[in-house]
Design a protein around this ligand. Structure first.
Ligand SMILES: [Zn+2]
Ligand SMILES: [Zn+2]
Length: 86
């Protein structure tokens, strides 16, 4: 019987799909049907905490880009109208 990587006195019930370490039921957490040890869970949480800030930053850039292009488009419309009007 293999022992848990984190608890030598506990029997491993599964393997972490990220680091491939033997883990016991106390260390094992199922995420999307896949076993994860607590250390990888922590790493996952740290990593998943980063993207939203980057995504919101990208969204802000997109909004600015959209607003400026809309302004340009409106200016273009006014120009055409000014040309068409006698
Ligand atoms: Zn792991
Ligand atoms: Zn354990």
């Amino acid at each position: 019987m293999r022992a848990c990587f984190y608890h030598e006195d506990r029997a491993a019930v599964g393997i972490c799909m990220r680091c491939r370490r033997d883990i016991c039921s106390a260390c094992c957490t199922r995420l999307d049907g896949v076993n994860h040890c607590h250390r990888c869970l922590k790493e996952l949480g740290r990593r998943s905490a980063e993207p939203p800030t980057r995504a919101s930053g990208m969204a802000a850039t997109l909004v600015v880009l959209l607003a400026s292009s809309l302004l340009l488009f409106l200016e273009f419309l006014f120009l055409i109208e000014g040309k068409l009007a006698p």
